[in-house]
Design a protein around this ligand. Sequence first.
Ligand SMILES: Cc1cc2nc3c(=O)[nH]c(=O)nc-3n(C[C@H](O)[C@H](O)[C@H](O)COP(=O)(O)OP(=O)(O)OC[C@H]3O[C@@H](n4cnc5c(N)ncnc54)[C@H](O)[C@@H]3O)c2cc1C
Length: 637
Amino acid sequence: MDESYDVVVIGAGFGGPVAARKCALAGLKTLLLERSARPGEKVISGLTIPFYGFLFGPDFIRDGNPPIERPVDGIVNYIVKDIERGDIEVDDSLRIPRPLSPVLAFGYNAYCRPFCQWEADRAVEAGVELRTSVTVTELYREDSRVAGVITEDGKVIKARAVIDAEGSQALLAVKAGVRKKYPPDVISLADVYDYRMDKDRVDRILGFSNRFVWAWDEQRLAPPLGFGNGLMVWPYRESIHFMQDQCLKMERGGKAPNLARLFREYHRNITSKLPWWRDEIAPHAELRAHMWDSFEIYVGLDGELRKMPMCANGLLIIGDAAGLESTELCDGVPAAWFSAELAAETAIEAIFGGDVSERKLRKYQMRVESHPLIRWSISGTNRYDLRYAQKSHDIRLLRKCVHNGWGVGAFTHASTPLLLTALRAIQENPMVITSWLRMFPRYFRNWLFESFDPLSDDRPEVFRCDAYKAPKSTPGESTAAGGVPEHSSVVTEALAGPGTGGSAGVETLGTEEPSSVVATPGDPLKEARESRSFSSNEVINDAPLRGWETQTGSQISGGTLLRMAQKGLACLDGLVFMLGPALSGTAKLMEPLARLANPVATAALPVVEVILKGWRRMEPLLEPITERITRLLVESR
Ligand SMILES: Cc1cc2nc3c(=O)[nH]c(=O)nc-3n(C[C@H](O)[C@H](O)[C@H](O)COP(=O)(O)OP(=O)(O)OC[C@H]3O[C@@H](n4cnc5c(N)ncnc54)[C@H](O)[C@@H]3O)c2cc1C
């Protein structure tokens, strides 16, 4: 007999569990299906999730303690004008200075598998039924309505609504005729290397900043073909990622470029020629995995593709599957979270209203299209434009694109959507203000002590190293939806080279456990984590804390200050509660003003840059304050 649910969600990546959880909390019988053995396994191993995803995304993530690897306080951009002569410009204007950083962060680096597992666990707690190792091969239709899914064993699982969170390229939706296959130009292929590196060194060398590299084509450092190439280095807790990505733009004559060869060449060059990599990282980093995956990136810039439906009768499509990956930062997690919530809300209304027709569900697409942050993130053109700058050696344009994309110039186009979203969140629930204030210090302590909420198997440390034990993908394995190839002809051709077999894969280069898993005797932070009770002074005195060595000369008693801060927050809670309707009303009134935020940021940019530069110069002098903040947070455990 066919099984039947209110909602079936396809895919337990970043978006799926969020949508499933919301539906289950509304009392709907919800099934979450994932083709991998564990949630998050398909997604490329690690990423940076920007702060706005956490602030304006699902409350259970903002108010919870997901597994994060490292706070990110900004981006250091290297514009390489001449690698042989060492002529390199640096733009690190987008970095939160100390003592605000790293407690305040622009985002958090995370590995996908523990993070998605954590999300899926929260969904299961809310009543969702999770089934892993189940591949949906087709959407099941009754008349013209999507009425469930068909799994690889031919089983039909019926549903009143299906939420498709299958990720990049939306193969099921393409197969069902709801969306069209993307052209290669909007698909980027990412080549990712994961290096194990001693935590102290990551702290000291990379600290809390991601590093991006931009170069002229002929230097063969940043991939040369297609539009909007990138080269990025992300620090994690005890490892770093090196990622280069390249659009699958065809060469003249419709031939796919041999990206495998090019990627190898660029990786070799950057690791041997870029001074900070060659001198500081190469001698100490041990390569442990090499992965590749493709993602859609410029869907939002193409009028036709952008208009593709995100819903049909009985079907809602979210996240990457709906083409919502950001054109500039390639950050798709916030949009996956936002769209998951909007889809769940629409599905709940439709199911309780007894009408899941496309007409009713179109409300979801309208909500997505009017979401200020989603709209902004899928329409940024800096990344696309900087290809022209690189091709034409236009240093002014390159600087401008880098500054506006990954420098403080980003606020000239991000301020309005950020402010608008914040105002809307306050209108909906003013208490979100104190939830924002609590999130940053909680996440920072989470990072300090690895004190995230337990994962379902209660062995959190296994997850990080386990991410590299996935079997090497074999041809066909990475195709989904009943064998429909994931642009495989293009990707496989592009990757024609040893060790390539599909559009996504993991090459495990070492099976040894990373040192992080083994507690080092006498490591006070490790012991503190394990015993969960310790003297904060001991920890502070003995442990080198993430890039800034603590100076222990001054003994402070943070307890009193901390208690005061906690009382202050409690009072603020009360105040916000009392003023709730007024705050909500004011936020609504301020909406038109939010539109001025971008022009104001543009006008104020020169002044802001001078202030930031001055502040950075003073950072060493502010070190004692930074230290005290850390102490307070340590003591608050
Ligand atoms: C190399 C790379 C780097 C990235 N860097 C960043 C970054 O720094 N910051 C950021 O925010 N985003 C980044 N992204 C994008 C981010 O990973 C995606 O936007 C995000 O994962 C989208 O979430 P989703 O839920 O829509 O899809 P996914 O997270 O991809 O989840 C889809 C899930 O569906 C499952 N699935 C697929 N087909 C089926 C099927 N037929 N049956 C059952 N299950 C199925 C998959 O196994 C997977 O678990 C990056 C992506 C890549 C590839």
